[in-house]
Design a protein around this ligand. Sequence first.
Ligand code: SAM
Length: 236
Amino acid sequence: FFVDAPLTAPGEITLPPGAARHVQVLRLQPGDALTLFDGSGPEWRAEVTAMGRSEVRVSLVTAESPQRELARRVTLAVVMPANDRMDFLVEKATELGAAVLQPLVSERSVLRLAGERADKKRAHWQSVAIAAAEQSGRTVPMRVEPVQPLPAWLAALPAPAGGEWRGLLSPRATVPLAAAAPGASAVFLSGPEGGLSDAEEGAARERGFAAVTLGPRILRADTAPLAVLAWLALSA
Ligand code: SAM
């Protein structure tokens, strides 16, 4: 279970409401074992010590630091697909090991979120990522960044540093992804249902993105970034 509070040392703690509800729903009993993580990396073996209606107490026993992250840090910068495809993308990207998801709005976006609606959606997607981390055993959930317009995000992007590689997913590219050499970290930009405009692709190239293709078939806006992650996860 994810615990929304720092887990620092062995001993007894009261679970914050989210994790407590989880434990109550599963009807765990005093003496039952569970595994907790706070998102910083370690996971704790723990034991339920008291189950109250409003309070659940557990004893943290030992911490381990499992290595379940990808060999390289991957950021997916994705022009958000519409309908519930973004939920699917967040869940699967977490399972496949993306470190960061940057949701974007572009010229041809179907889903155009801004302001309070965008903030609410981001909070929802972060909770989807946490649930997917719990399910997949990741102890560092993928971080979902605030929604941004593509031009503003590109403009604020610093020059690539520390071996960072930038890939622009484009069906018109001639270089296959397999010929690219992502470094210790990589950022992949993918477009919406109607694709990125020539001007947007040009702006991305100016920020150091190299265009790569995933093959001769056109993949849906949620499939393309997941195909990249699957390739990286299985070839690392
Ligand atoms: N007609 C649009 C076009 O030509 O760009 C199709 C857009 S596709 C449904 C959505 C996004 O997925 C694209 O903008 C691109 O980023 C990515 N994509 C889809 N198929 C791809 C492929 N074969 N190679 C590289 N990227 C692809």
